[in-house]
Design a binder for this molecule. Structure first.
Ligand SMILES: NC(=O)C1=CN([C@@H]2O[C@H](COP(=O)(O)OP(=O)(O)OC[C@H]3O[C@@H](n4cnc5c(N)ncnc54)[C@H](O)[C@@H]3O)[C@@H](O)[C@H]2O)C=CC1
Ligand SMILES: NCC(=O)COP(=O)(O)O
Length: 339
């Protein structure tokens, strides 16, 4: 383990045919202007160098061991090489590089857990590309929980939070089909999620008394049961249990009216019942600034809010803002101990 003055972030490769490689290069090129903390990327250096060349960007790279990364960062982009080489074409997803994507995540987690770096920032992966190669986890969120189980000594309950200055949202159910949402929602799941969110808003984000707004599942939060019973049968008891545990939770709120500006001032995080109920409002309000942060892990993990954007990969037009926001938030969160 090294002596550190500034946090060192480890950036995963993500999908090499997506915008991750060009965003990584842009972030390093703008490190001084944007005050980006030192980071190293775990990828195939030859592939990344090829991407830089294709844009005509002069980005010196240095292949390093993790403990050399912080010192190298000022003059070159530190690259921790993988055992898998990468062959890919921007915009053309292909499961042949899946092993390198997975290796990058696994090795970065190991290095963070072992104390060689302070936080993990993940570049976007294409889920279906990994599924085609046999990847058994819905996304990073669930994979990272599996990887951190042995570290925590118990299976981690990962909670996805999309965070921005003006809005933080948490989908209680995450990467499942819409048809499975109602049957997957339980009072216990909502309570466990709410407790993790409240605890980590305090411990990691410094919110002394977090206020949680809990969405209903159905239109008008069920309209007294006329438009669905989950709001009264599952969600309301969860709110009572959270309040009994001393957590300031309100709801179930009609989801269509809880995200306008005045409503957002009433809470620190909104618990939504499914993926799009949470992610549509935040990506509409703050697509370029929002950060995906996984709560419930024994280490800090952030990610940009967007995906692989295959439609623009290789064109050089992708905005690095959300990745940069993810790096800055990761550095900020490392300053607070994780319980
Ligand atoms: N954390 C992660 O690893 C995430 C991965 N994904 C994956 O990404 C893949 C593609 O997902 P989509 O739903 O198409 O979402 P997407 O975010 O990749 O793209 C949606 C639209 O936003 C644009 N866009 C995205 N990021 C941008 C940026 N930085 N600058 C400028 N424009 C940008 C794209 O060009 C596209 O038109 C999926 O396979 C999904 O699994 C999606 C979200 C998060
Ligand atoms: N839409 C958010 C998303 O898919 C992020 O998933 P993960 O890979 O961070 O679990």
């Amino acid at each position: 383990m090294r002596e550190r003055h500034a946090p060192l972030l480890l950036l995963t490769q993500g999908d090499p045919a997506g915008i991750g490689p060009e965003l990584t290069l842009k972030a390093w090129m703008q490190r001084l202007d944007l005050g980006i903390p030192p980071f190293a990327v775990l990828t195939d250096p030859a592939y990344l160098a090829g991407i830089a060349r294709s844009f005509g960007w002069n980005v010196p790279m240095k292949v390093v061991a993790v403990d050399e990364a912080a010192a190298a960062f000022g003059k070159a982009l530190p690259v921790i090489p993988l055992s898998h080489s990468v062959t890919a074409e921007p915009g053309k997803p292909d499961s042949s590089y899946a092993a390198s994507v997975i290796e990058s995540i696994e090795r970065a987690v190991r290095l963070v857990v072992d104390g060689h770096a302070d936080a993990l920032v993940t570049n976007p992966i294409s889920k279906h590309v990994l599924y085609e190669a046999g990847f058994a986890h819905p996304g990073h969120t669930e994979f990272l929980a599996t990887l951190s189980g042995p570290v925590a000594g118990h299976p981690a309950h990962p909670v996805m939070m999309l965070w921005s200055k003006d809005l933080a949202v948490v989908p209680v159910t995450v990467h499942i089909p819409l048809t499975a949402v109602a049957s997957s929602l339980t009072t216990d799941l909502i309570v466990r999620t709410g407790r993790i969110v409240a605890r980590e808003l305090t411990e990691r984000f410094g919110v002394a008394h977090p206020r949680l707004a809990v969405a209903g599942l159905n239109p008008h939060a069920g309209e007294n049961g006329a438009m669905g019973t989950e709001d009264g049968d599952l969600i309301l008891p969860a709110i009572h249990m959270l309040r009994a545990a001393g957590i300031n939770a309100v709801g179930p709120l009609p989801a269509d009216t809880m995200f306008h500006a005045r409503a957002r001032r009433q809470y620190d995080a909104a618990l939504a019942m499914y993926h799009d109920q949470a992610l549509i409002p935040i990506k509409t309000l703050a697509f370029d600034e929002a950060v995906n942060v996984t709560l419930g892990l024994p280490f800090v993990r952030t990610s940009p809010d967007h995906g692989t954007a295959f439609d623009i990969a290789g064109k050089g037009v992708a905005h690095p803002d959300s990745l940069v926001a993810a790096m800055k938030l990761a550095a900020r969160l490392t300053r607070r101990p994780i319980a």
